[in-house]
Write a protein that binds this ligand. Structure first.
Ligand SMILES: [Zn+2]
Length: 248
């Protein structure tokens, strides 16, 4: 199971950006808790740096991330521009634009873009403590500008959807490993041979398909989350005279 640290940016005496009485630290916390809920529902072990309005320095937050034994660190913020209502959109910050964190950043951005936010892309920010001092892949999501009426409207209209876009971006990247069992009925170099077996299996009512990898066409039946179910299917296939092997 993946473990992810969710950090609601700022907190306590550190309000973050403020616009017309709206405080970044509050938006961050609300979003972070929702993102964490969705991740938990999807089998992720979530560790929060804060679940209430308390202050910790960015360095302390990075340390919490390191001590959590987690796989990823995701910090949730809202952006601000010196002149309100000039810039709008989402961006995700990383220490450097490479590896899985950059991939996750892009997945999050594009999901948010689908909700109507302008996608300002992935930016390198090696100066930020939560990105520099974390020893695990870390990213900082700027979920729109707090001083942009356009972005606030998008967020306020549907907090859940924004949280889901962020959570889905994370989940799409880490693909929590579910052990699926498949029954392999054939392994071919030749695609036509694989197709012939596939057609035969399908005509006999088996949920068969082909998976191509490393120069081989695998003809598979499944997948099953339960090994016993895979074994049952394997027995049926053997009754039909196929040679089989259960694979993960
Ligand atoms: Zn912030």
């Amino acid at each position: 199971m993946a473990r992810i640290v969710i950090d609601a940016g700022h907190g306590g005496r550190d309000y973050g950006a403020v616009y017309e009485g709206r405080r970044e630290k509050d938006d961050n916390l609300r979003l972070a808790m929702l993102v964490g809920d969705i991740l938990k529902q999807n089998g992720v072990d979530v560790v929060y740096t804060r679940t209430s309005d308390v202050y910790n320095t960015p360095l302390e937050k990075a340390r919490m991330g390191n001590e959590a034994g987690a796989d990823y660190f995701v910090s949730i913020h809202r952006n601000a521009f010196p002149t309100p209502n000039t810039v709008s959109g989402v961006e995700t910050l990383v220490y450097n634009d490479s590896g899985v964190k950059a991939e996750m950043a892009r997945n999050i951005n594009s999901n948010l873009e689908q909700l109507g936010f302008v996608n300002l892309g992935v930016k390198e920010r090696p100066d930020l403590a939560v990105l520099r001092r974390t020893q695990i892949p870390a990213l900082l999501v700027e979920a729109g500008f707090i001083d942009s009426n356009i972005d606030n409207e998008l967020l306020d209209r549907n907090y859940e959807a924004v949280a889901r876009a962020i959570a889905d971006g994370i989940l799409e990247t880490i693909q929590p490993e579910v052990p699926y069992y498949k029954v392999q009925v054939g392994l071919f170099r030749n695609e036509n041979n694989a197709n012939r077996l596939l057609e035969q299996l399908v005509s006999e009512g088996f949920p068969a398909y082909i998976n191509y990898a490393d120069g081989y066409y695998k003809v598979l039946v499944g997948a099953f989350q339960d090994l016993a179910q895979a074994r049952d299917q394997e027995q049926r296939l053997r009754d039909y005279g196929y040679e089989t092997v259960v694979v993960r």
